[in-house]
Design a protein around this ligand. Structure first.
Ligand code: 13P
Ligand code: SF4
Length: 299
């Protein structure tokens, strides 16, 4: 039996649906029922009927699916797949900033631990952060954990006052403006597509800035035939499926080693043994749910 047949059989036996982020390996995206960006996947997680969700991504994604769907069993192919940035904010600092500004909203990128979410007023993803921050009544915004996404949002919402935190994504910050320029010099007609987790000097070079699904949508609509892709290159699978004749260049970025921990083997193993179940303290779950639900309302 092929691995795909095995996975399909196990999905039926376990009443499972497979969700995958664009950064996991191609062969994993290929067997998934839904592939998307962080916002799409968190919405889909609330809509699927299956009893079990197998989340091919990193732990904050599985946690978010569990927070929103306590009645479902959420499993992960590899429990060690964890986004380092999700831990890069500090509860003491949040409390300190809250004391300094009366009218403060703590805006938390979904790439964060459940615990950090409980200290936040609203969650955002890279596809809805600008819209949500604009919609908040608060003037003062403490953006956690990603400084770069925070600075990009601030540039789009100049009427608000931002306090930044020093978290970052090691994949997106491995994209250097000087390397993007070298690729652009070789391919002058290529459009530069940038994820807002990149630094502001790279964002300043962009023809388009957006989430992974925003980048994919832009490529399908653009007249350009060549693109320099400034995000994790896992998006190439979908880009090449949608536009096989267009050309895509990287900027020498790192891979997301955590996303790449998801393999067909550990997908099969997790479904077969129903291991790597996401468990969460009920009080923590209820508190972390509030900012996520607010995001789904506003986003
Ligand atoms: P999006 O898919 O929301 O663009 O997020 C990128 C990311 O880094 C996910 O870990
Ligand atoms: Fe985290 Fe960056 Fe990997 Fe996304 S690409 S999961 S932000 S380390």
């Amino acid at each position: 039996m092929s691995v795909t047949d095995k996975i399909n059989q196990l999905k039926q036996e376990r009443d499972a649906v497979i969700l995958a982020h664009y950064y996991v390996d191609d062969e994993v995206q290929e067997i998934a029922d839904y592939v998307g960006d962080s916002f799409y996947l968190s919405k889909i997680a609330t809509m699927v009927k299956a009893k079990t969700i197998l989340f091919c991504g990193v732990s904050f994604m599985g946690e978010s699916a569990k927070i929103l769907n306590p009645e479902k069993t959420v499993i992960m192919p590899d429990m060690g797949a964890d986004c380092p940035m999700a831990h890069m904010a500090d509860v003491e600092k949040i409390n300190e900033v809250r004391k300094q500004y009366e009218d403060l909203a703590v805006v938390c990128y979904i790439n964060s631990t459940a615990k950090l979410k409980t200290y936040s007023d609203v969650c955002v993803t890279s596809s809805n952060a600008v819209k949500i921050v604009k919609a908040l009544p608060n003037k003062n915004i403490y953006f956690i954990p990603d400084e770069n996404l925070g600075r990009f949002v601030a540039s789009q919402v100049p009427e608000k006052n931002f306090i930044f935190n020093d978290g970052y994504c090691h994949v997106h910050t491995s994209i250097l403006a000087k390397n993007v320029q070298i690729v652009k010099d070789i391919h002058p007609r290529a459009e530069i597509l940038v994820h807002p987790e990149c630094t502001m000097d790279v964002i300043a070079m962009a023809d388009y800035v957006g989430s992974t699904s925003g980048i994919i949508k832009h490529v399908t609509e653009s007249k350009a035939k060549e693109f320099i892709v400034c995000t994790e290159m896992g998006v190439l699978y979908e880009l090449q499926l949608k536009k096989p004749k267009k050309l895509f260049f990287d900027a020498g970025q790192k891979k997301c080693s955590d996303m790449k921990r998801v393999t067909l083997d550990n997908v099969v193993e997790a479904l077969e043994n129903m291991t790597n179940v996401v468990e969460m303290d009920e009080e923590l779950r209820i508190r972390a749910k509030k900012p996520l639900e607010r995001m789904l309302e506003l986003g």
